[in-house]
Design a protein around this ligand. Sequence first.
Ligand SMILES: NC(=O)c1ccc[n+]([C@@H]2O[C@H](COP(=O)([O-])OP(=O)(O)OC[C@H]3O[C@@H](n4cnc5c(N)ncnc54)[C@H](OP(=O)(O)O)[C@@H]3O)[C@@H](O)[C@H]2O)c1
Length: 245
Amino acid sequence: MTIVISAPATDNVCMRRLIYWVGMSIDGRIAGPRDEVDFFPQSEEYTRWMCEEYPETLPTHVRQHLGIDSSPSRHFDTVVMGWRTYEPALRIGITSPYSHLRQYVVSSRQQQRDPDVAVVSGDPAGLIRELKSEDSESDIYLAGGAALAGSLLPEIDGLIIKLYPVVAGTGHPLFRAAFSPTLFSLADVRKFEGGNAVLTYQRRQADAMQSTMPSAPPAERAQASAKTEKTERTGATPERSEDVT
Ligand SMILES: NC(=O)c1ccc[n+]([C@@H]2O[C@H](COP(=O)([O-])OP(=O)(O)OC[C@H]3O[C@@H](n4cnc5c(N)ncnc54)[C@H](OP(=O)(O)O)[C@@H]3O)[C@@H](O)[C@H]2O)c1
């Protein structure tokens, strides 16, 4: 079954955001020209952090391999990906790569391969707006790739870039989109041994969510949001984003 979504834009202000969580080389490549993703070096310290802080971003079979398959999701409850990002799992016989999350795959030509993975044709922005309007404290994990991220750029609220210390030379870019400069502010930088780094960006816009960082777990964000509301009510000087995470 293929789901066709064409939801209208809404004016909803809600806490649920679309976060592009993605691995990238120094020269801005998310994969090699033939879809290679095995050239990204990662240190033990970085891998440990990812398993502890973002366990839900690992595919289910990798979680099982690492013995963390029962780790609760900390940031995301839903994953959205393009068909070409889903395909490598199919090639190794896995039809539900993130079975611990709700899964959507965007494709206008392909059919559903697993009852747990919805295939969405039509405007993916409509799907995102529908997901954002849900009552949930978790964010939406945009897994990529470049084509889907490019078409969803207007909907992306934050980016978490896992920066790997390698230059690819060529390959798939972070976004495949028309020239459309879009400002983000750098909210957090984490450095790890071995040269790995994680950069957190949030879309620059004047709304209440601006005072929280995408890397903050939902409970902390709710707390930060409450602080912002209180600040707005009392007229006190707002805290800097660094202070609320
Ligand atoms: N480093 C990382 O963290 C990371 C993350 C994700 C992906 N990757 C890599 O990036 C590469 C894939 O990138 P990609 O940009 O080629 O693929 P992609 O965005 O994952 O998938 C592209 C396909 O998704 C569908 N699609 C995307 N946007 C659409 C839209 N707006 N409307 C309708 N359908 C849409 C189309 O499928 P149909 O033609 O079937 O309609 C399109 O051909 C792979 O090598 C993957 O492994 C790396």
